[in-house]
Unconditional design. Structure first.
Length: 160
């Protein structure tokens, strides 16, 4: 496909059996698949075969933040287009929140009570409806976003 200049996207579902090697996988992609147009790391939807094998696959998404952050930044630093799908902003490291996309279809998207009054809810992917009973225990509303005051903005602009 690359020889015919087709856009190739890779989607990597992150779960208990794959998360540890995300940094090495990102390195492999960069070195061996430089023609890839887009790489998406996806939080697992817990339906179908995933639900049937939940004990072997489920890991709290907060638990693989370090590996995900390394993999995402590794590709982004090398100018590869990279995204994070199906993940909640409050559990991601701040350094990779900008790579998270609203990727869950409206008809199967929900938000938990913990998300009420969150300042970044509109930017967050939310949850698959199937995740209502199985999701990160670190979900929390974010209400501490620092927005610089006008006088602070003015000083920051003067320093540029």
């Amino acid at each position: 496909m690359a020889l015919f200049r087709q856009k190739i996207g890779l989607r990597i579902v992150v779960h208990k059996q794959t998360y540890r090697r995300l940094p090495q996988l990102s390195e492999f992609i960069y070195r061996n698949l430089p023609f890839v147009y887009h790489v998406a790391f996806m939080q697992m939807e817990t339906t179908g075969l995933a639900e049937e094998n939940i004990e072997e696959l489920w890991i709290d998404p907060y638990g693989y933040n370090k590996e995900l952050e390394t993999a995402v930044l590794n590709l982004a630093m090398r100018n590869m287009k990279v995204s994070i799908y199906n993940s909640q902003l409050c559990i991601l490291s701040e350094s990779i929140r900008d790579y998270a996309k609203q990727s869950i279809s409206d008809w199967k998207n929900i938000y938990l009570p913990e998300c009420e009054n969150c300042e970044i809810k509109k930017e967050c992917a939310g949850f698959f409806a199937s995740a209502e009973n199985r999701h990160s225990k670190y979900i929390k509303k974010i209400n501490d976003r620092v927005i610089p005051s006008d006088s602070c903005k003015s000083r920051m602009q003067q320093n540029i």
